[in-house]
Design a protein. Structure first.
Length: 480
């Protein structure tokens, strides 16, 4: 009998390869976010504390809240002001935006496997060399190298989310799309958790911010080795899939044509796609503000040291990760029991996931100087963000079976500008880190969340669009 070491058979129970795919993609997003968020925590220890600016009279909003002490850092600390730090953070999203489009097109044309693996491997290598270049370059050239490396990491990470959309189009049946997509995309939340906590702990105990970069780069390379043996672009090219699963997927997944053609005009004028983009932008603004700026808020306002900063910053993403996975199972159960239509389920989850965290964040800056009450509100708010990945993210695959990667490249790519806007606004409006300044930042977040949620509510759809049907395919007689 032929040996199939990756057949994933335990007794008589066979794990479907589409589930294995979702789990490995979950780990992919884990590594992607580890490589992305390490700088957000590390930079609080890479820079010297600047003197107060002259823009306003500095007031200690919480005089009874004593600052927690950090250990001395062995690696260099640099005089990069809040605008310099913001540039290091948001230059990533410039590259991230650019990388989406060739990545999405390539994944739909040649298969997502090659694009995903190559991009994460390159990001890991760049992350490994980043601290070496910064330390050797000193204050000026270290800053320049940081900008270049962060841009390049963003560039090679840009294709990852579009490739997952392509995987979902090729592997996920409609009735399993919410939970398979929820598992795959939720790895980003786990990356926020692990990356932020472990980065803080490593810096605290090793007194070196560089060690965190080395750890995440090495682990991403280990993931790449696992990926090569477990993930394939299509069911028909997978060497370990059972005949039963291959036949099942062949009957329900759209076939790829010999000639690949993209209906750019129809895509550009499709209102449901713009509705998803609005939701993506609102979600990204809230997420990236929490992801890139929460460590700054915790250090400046709550006065926590690097270890506790990492733990507190990660706590919201723990509950977001749990919610993201659980909400996918709940959504598919409700839809399959016909308790709610696919469209209404997508809309409900999307509105909750954008407005919920924004409301809690606004409340958090009005509850006084209680560290743990602020942490609770931020954590409770992020719990409600979890359903986003099993609603708006998989909504792309509702609209199209052939162009999932390209659509996600457009939506997530342009949505990445929220990642540029959020740290820029935070850096501009919080030069002194006062409570009044932080309140303005969170109210701007709330305004963006409301506007984008309303747009999605009125214009979203969950039916496959007419331009997605190729010659030989017939649109269904009833809506999805």
């Amino acid at each position: 009998m032929a040996v199939k070491p990756l057949h994933c058979v335990y007794g008589k129970f066979i794990i479907p390869q589409r589930v294995v795919l979702a789990i490995v993609l979950h780990l992919a997003m884990l590594n992607v976010y580890n490589l992305r968020v390490v700088i957000n925590v590390a930079i609080t220890e890479m820079v010297e504390k600047p003197p107060p600016s002259n823009r306003s009279r500095i007031v200690d909003d919480c005089p009874n809240l004593l600052p927690e002490k950090d250990p001395p850092i062995k690696d260099g600390q640099y005089k990069w002001d809040s605008n310099d730090q913001a540039l290091i953070k948001y230059i990533f999203f410039v590259g991230y935006f650019i990388g989406h489009f060739p990545g999405g097109w390539l994944s739909d044309k040649i298969g997502a496997r090659h694009v995903t693996g190559t991009c994460i491997l390159l990001a890991a290598i760049l992350n490994l060399v980043q601290p070496i270049l910064i330390i050797s370059g000193g204050e000026y050239w270290g800053f320049v190298y940081s900008i270049i490396i962060r841009f390049l990491i963003g560039l090679v990470q840009g294709p990852i989310v579009p490739t997952i959309a392509t995987f979902m189009s090729n592997w996920a049946p409609t009735k399993e799309r919410a939970y398979l997509g929820g598992i795959a995309y939720a790895g980003g939340n786990l990356g926020n958790i692990v990356g932020i906590i472990v980065t803080g702990v490593i810096i605290y105990y090793t007194r070196s911010w560089a060690n965190a970069f080395y750890l995440w780069g090495f682990l991403a390379i280990l993931w790449y080795i696992l990926f090569l043996f477990t993930v394939f672009s299509y069911p028909e090219t997978h060497p370990f899939i059972t005949d039963e699963e291959k036949t099942f997927l062949a009957e329900i997944i759209a076939k790829k044509p010999t000639k690949f053609h993209v209906p750019w005009k129809e895509i550009a004028t499709c209102c449901p796609i713009w509705a998803i983009f609005a939701a993506q932008f609102g979600h990204n603004y809230v997420l990236f503000a929490m992801n890139t700026d929460l460590p700054k808020f915790v250090k400046e306002f709550l006065k926590m040291n690097i270890k506790n900063n990492g733990i507190v910053t990660a706590m919201p993403f723990v509950f977001c990760w749990i919610s993201a996975i659980g909400s996918g199972f709940i959504a598919d159960f409700i839809i399959n029991k016909k308790l709610m239509s696919i469209l209404n389920m997508r809309k409900l989850y999307t509105i909750i996931s954008i407005l919920g965290p924004a409301i809690c964040n606004v409340i958090a800056v009005y509850v006084g100087c209680s560290r743990w009450l602020v942490v609770f509100l931020c954590t409770f708010g992020m719990f409600w963000m979890g359903p986003f990945w099993s609603s708006t993210k998989v909504n792309v695959s509702d609209l199209s079976k052939h162009y999932g990667g390209i659509l996600m490249a457009i939506i997530n790519g342009f949505g990445a500008w929220a990642g540029i806007l959020a740290p820029f606004i935070t850096g501009y409006f919080t030069p002194d880190g006062t409570l009044r300044q932080w309140r303005l930042v969170f109210w701007i977040m709330m305004f963006i969340a409301v506007i984008t949620s309303v747009i999605y509510l009125f214009f979203a759809k969950a039916e496959r669009q007419n331009w997605d049907y190729w010659e030989g395919e017939a649109p269904p007689t009833t809506d999805a």
